[in-house]
Design a protein around this ligand. Structure first.
Ligand SMILES: [Zn+2]
Length: 72
């Protein structure tokens, strides 16, 4: 199960905390052809998504470029 990815430490642009760009997240990004790293930690990303959903964001339509895999 070697994917060639390794977990990486990134800095969140919202809270300036370090967070792990996990192998699973990197695979998710690669699958969708995203070349940029995520800018937010999972906590801030979740808040960001909620904000989007509250306003004009509609599920399943817009392309979610900052997405993390939805985890249970
Ligand atoms: Zn953050």
């Amino acid at each position: 199960m070697e994917s060639g990815f390794e977990p990486r430490i990134l800095i969140c642009t919202e809270c300036n905390q370090e967070f792990v760009f996990t192998v699973a997240a990197q695979e998710y990004f690669a699958e969708r052809g995203y070349s940029e790293d995520p800018k937010r930690c999972k906590t801030c990303h979740t808040h960001f998504k909620k904000d989007q959903r509250k306003s004009t964001f509609k599920r399943g339509t817009a392309q979610d470029k900052s997405g993390y895999p939805d985890q249970p």
